[in-house]
Write a protein of this length. Structure first.
Length: 216
């Protein structure tokens, strides 16, 4: 009897760049946890049991010292900062900036920018997803697209970050951007802003949109 050939379609898919990044981070954090002293690990365990910061779900996610250590330091890795060896004396509560996503399409050139209405973008991580249908009211699945560049006159251009991940979005599709404060090491401070890719517009329409957003 001839041996049955394996189904090529069932072959295991190669890991995505995001999966590879997550695995590398887990490896780094595991090694860092193992290199702590017993006293340092005990301090993380005490903080995980006694912390009241955040809601019930947030507290459940960090109910062990190891989970809290991983959660706190995964954010430090994202910001390219040294890891905490012990929990900070006070849990940080950092302000998340208020931003609005605006998408323009001038002569077929699609641009995605965040208008900073209040606060600072330092320590913020941006995440997004493939273009969605215009009727989508919300979205829950996100992957990181990166740290935003510095604002220029209150505007952060995130076109390169988005296009590098998902390519140029088509007209009529809705883009969701999740803004997450990574400096709040034990919380989950984030919110979502969205906009629909418009049809080609003239320059004066773009200026009118920008001036409307700039008004207090």
């Amino acid at each position: 009897m001839a041996r049955k050939k394996p189904n090529a379609a069932a072959a295991r898919k190669a890991p995505t760049p995001d999966q590879l990044r997550a695995r590398e981070e887990m490896s780094i954090l595991s090694a860092a946890w193992n290199n702590l002293t017993d006293e340092q690990r005990a301090a993380w365990c005490v903080r995980a049991r006694t912390s009241r910061h955040g809601g019930r779900k947030a507290r459940a996610r960090r109910r062990t010292g190891r989970k809290l250590f991983f959660r706190a330091n995964s954010r430090r890795l994202a910001l390219k900062q040294p890891s905490f060896t012990g929990p900070p004396q006070q849990e940080s509560i950092c302000q998340i900036p208020l931003v609005q996503l605006v998408i323009t399409n001038r002569a077929g050139r699609v641009t995605l920018v965040l208008h900073v209405l209040d606060g600072q973008t330092d320590g913020v991580m941006l995440s997004s997803w493939h273009p969605c249908n215009a009727g989508a009211m919300g979205w829950e699945e996100f992957v990181r697209i990166g740290l935003p560049p510095a604002p220029v006159r209150g505007v952060v251009d995130i076109t390169k970050l988005y296009v590098a991940k998902f390519d140029v979005p088509p007209v009529g599709k809705k883009i969701f951007i999740r803004v997450k404060q990574m400096k709040d090491f034990s919380g989950g401070v984030s919110y979502i802003t969205s906009a629909i890719v418009p049809t080609k517009e003239e320059w004066h329409s773009v200026r009118e949109t920008q001036q409307t957003i700039a008004k207090p």
